[in-house]
Design a protein around this ligand. Structure first.
Ligand code: C2E
Ligand code: CA
Ligand code: CA
Ligand code: CA
Length: 278
């Protein structure tokens, strides 16, 4: 009991206190942001590696502060996951992304798919499918224009349950991508049972392609995906040399700063207009 008391004292040290305060501030900021509509969606193009044509885009959330500063999701998504705010944020992102894409389709600027990230807590919502149906109906976006990116960690929490949810989503014509592939512990036995369309290779593997071992690793992942009839997307492609290697390895789609950073809705509209002129 004595040592427990000591631990409890350690728990309230100064740095922990500062962290807790920062968390609380961020939590309040997010609550305020949801009310005042400070969450915005950026879009990053996904390009066909052979034709160089746009095939889709990933929707990425941004928090735009009243002063116009941009807070990246890496700093608030983990906290939003813990507080449960990610559910409301995720709904805002889904709605905005579907609406934006519906407009681009109407303008004749786009006919592909928008990929929206789904967090673990969103994925486990019992009413997930109803929520998605509602958003698609409200935005009048046909379901086949939507793709959902789900991480390995999310589906591995309970694979049989995940398969059931994934099948329901697929039945609607929604595409499914496994995100950050290779960073979690996904079981190969399950991989072939998941009703996926796409596998996204995490940036960490792309960064590692400057070594022979790293290239072999990506080669193996691409082959594995193709053996399972999955489309392969490489994320975080920044350099021409990486693009050349990925082309040789028969990767299908690339996403990264090499082509474009994530763009605001307005800038992505311009990007689409430029693509059309090509
Ligand atoms: P992610 O799903 O793996 O998304 C890819 C991240 O890599 C994005 O960071 C993107 O901006 C960045 N990226 C893309 N190409 C490059 C590149 O060439 N170089 C570099 N250095 N980075 C590149 P971002 O937008 O900061 O998002 C970070 C993570 O936050 C995402 O990783 C995803 O896990 C999460 N996230 C973002 N938006 C959402 C959302 O709407 N919902 C949920 N649940 N999570 C989101
Ligand atoms: Ca993603
Ligand atoms: Ca990813
Ligand atoms: Ca990633």
């Amino acid at each position: 009991a004595k040592s427990e008391g000591a631990n409890r004292y350690l728990f309230f040290n100064d740095s922990m206190n500062k962290q807790a305060v920062k968390r609380l501030q961020l939590e309040n900021l997010m609550r305020h942001g949801l009310k005042e509509d400070y969450f915005s969606v950026y879009y990053q193009p996904k390009m066909d590696i052979v034709s160089g044509q746009l095939v889709g885009m990933e929707a990425l959330v941004r928090f735009i502060t009243p002063k116009g500063g941009v807070i990246s999701p890496a700093s608030f998504i983990p906290i939003a996951e813990e507080t449960g705010q990610i559910i409301e944020i995720g709904e805002v992102v889904l709605y905005k992304a579907c609406l934006a894409v519906k407009n681009w389709i109407n303008q004749g600027l786009f006919h592909g798919r928008v990929a929206v990230n789904l967090s673990s807590s969103q994925f486990s919502l019992p009413f997930l499918c109803d929520l998605i149906d509602d958003v698609l109906q409200q935005t009048e976006l046909p379901s086949y224009h939507l793709e959902l990116e789900i991480t390995e960690g999310t589906v591995m929490q309970s694979p049989p349950k995940a398969i059931e949810v994934m099948k329901k989503l697929r039945a609607r014509g929604i595409h499914l991508a496994m995100d950050d592939f290779g960073t979690g512990y996904s079981s190969l036995a399950y991989l072939k049972q998941f009703p996926l369309n796409t596998l996204k290779i995490d940036k960490a593997f792309i960064d590692d392609m400057n070594t022979a071992r790293g290239r072999n690793m990506v080669d193996t992942i691409v082959t594995l995906a193709h053996n399972l009839s999955l489309n392969v997307v490489a994320e975080g492609v920044e350099q021409e040399t990486q693009l050349a290697i990925l082309r040789k390895l028969r990767c299908d789609v690339i996403q990264g700063y090499y082509y474009s950073k994530p763009l605001s809705e307005e800038d992505f509209s311009k990007f689409l207009q430029e693509q059309k002129l090509k």
